[in-house]
Design a protein around this ligand. Structure first.
Ligand SMILES: C[C@H](O)[C@H](O)[C@H]1CNC2=NC(N)=NC(=O)C2=N1
Length: 110
């Protein structure tokens, strides 16, 4: 066990439009909207949605990379870009999107 949580090793270099398009093929439900990678999930209850937000927040702290997370009644919406890259989409955003995809089914999110 490392003494510190593992931070993301993904690059913060801006991805080209073609690279973003390629990465999105591996992220069904995600799209590029307003220069950010985005997805909205629907959940079975407000508590389920709230729990998912907390879980995403924990992953974001682990990666030291943070999206804008919006909690709705039965929804969670995610929008992420990389501030330190001037708001570009980077591999850090793609990594976070995959981590969120991995945890979403456990919350019944679709
Ligand atoms: C100091 C801290 O590491 C930085 O502010 C991190 C935190 N989370 C971040 N999140 C995102 N999306 N982009 C960043 O550039 C970023 N930078």
């Amino acid at each position: 066990m490392p003494a510190e949580p593992a931070r993301s090793a993904a690059s913060a270099a801006p991805l080209s439009p073609k690279e973003i398009e390629d990465r999105l093929t591996g992220l069904p439900g995600w799209s590029l909207d307003g220069g950010r990678l985005t997805r909205s999930y629907r959940l079975g209850s407000h508590f389920a949605a709230t729990a998912m937000v907390v879980h995403v927040a924990r992953v974001q702290e682990e990666l030291d990379h943070h999206s804008d997370l919006t909690l709705g009644h039965h929804t969670v919406s995610v929008a992420v870009h990389t501030h330190s890259a001037g708001g570009a989409v980077t591999a850090k955003d793609v990594e976070l999107a995959h981590r969120i995809e991995d945890l979403a089914p456990g919350h019944g999110a679709h």
